[in-house]
Write a protein that binds this ligand. Structure first.
Ligand code: GLN
Length: 228
């Protein structure tokens, strides 16, 4: 029989509940479980290459990996360089501060420095409004380091995706969300524009199948509980 195609797929080093490493070193989370189910149904194998989100985005563009699943927001800007699969999760960007912070919202940011993740939609948003609110931005390659910088008081707030920030807080990260989600967007599986159309097609077909039979909901519930 024909050989099953083997792809190289990148993900973020840590972006729970979408991707995170277990104590044993395995990658789990909504994106990871979804990819695994889809690959089984669509009969392909893959090698996972986790790296910083920004490096992953670049690795796809450089043709070093075939695809990216990393809670990646489908934006008009990215659509010029990526083809995206079926949108699978609705997100938006929030600002989080420490528990006792005096920063209650964007208008308290004047003269302060905030944290954002390199190459992320959250960083784009922060940059967009930085002049208006008069703040500076420090960039981080991964979410954990970014949260920690705020927690220890180097930066006053982090800009992060709402479901990811809420999950981290639930898991014990000592921050709180102080803004409503802005810049609502959907996550999508990405390939380099015009490349890997077969992989994209397989992803979409497999995704439709796991939505239809309830597997996708089961995966989301596994991490976020029913009704989320
Ligand atoms: N959703 C955000 C983006 O696409 C962040 C993704 C991430 O940090 N893994 O830019």
């Amino acid at each position: 029989h024909a050989a099953t195609p083997n792809y190289t797929i990148t993900t973020d080093t840590t972006f729970p509940p979408f991707e995170f490493q277990t104590d044993k070193g395995d990658y789990r989370g909504i994106d990871m479980d979804m990819l695994k189910e889809i690959s089984k149904r669509e009969n392909f194998t893959y090698k996972l290459k986790p790296m910083s989100f920004n490096a992953g985005v670049q690795a796809v563009q450089a043709g070093q990996v075939d695809g990216i699943v990393a809670g990646m927001s489908i934006t008009d800007e990215r659509k010029k360089m990526f083809d995206f699969g079926t949108p699978y999760y609705k997100s938006g960007i929030v600002m989080a501060t420490t528990d006792k912070s005096k920063i209650k919202g964007l208008s308290d940011l004047k003269g302060k420095t905030v944290a954002a993740k390199t190459g992320s939609a959250g960083a784009d948003y922060a940059r967009e409004i930085s002049k208006k609110y008069g703040f500076k931005i420090t960039y981080f390659n991964d979410s954990n380091t970014m949260y920690n910088d705020v927690a220890i008081g180097n930066t006053v707030a982090a800009f992060e995706d709402q479901p990811v920030m809420a999950y981290a807080i639930k898991q014990g990260t000592k921050l709180k969300i102080v803004t409503d989600p802005a810049k609502g967007n959907w996550y999508g599986f990405g390939v380099k524009k015009g490349a890997n159309t077969e992989l994209l097609k397989k992803f979409n077909t497999g995704y439709a199948a796991i939505v239809k039979d309830g597997t996708y909901d089961k995966i989301v519930n596994r991490y976020l509980g029913k009704g989320s």
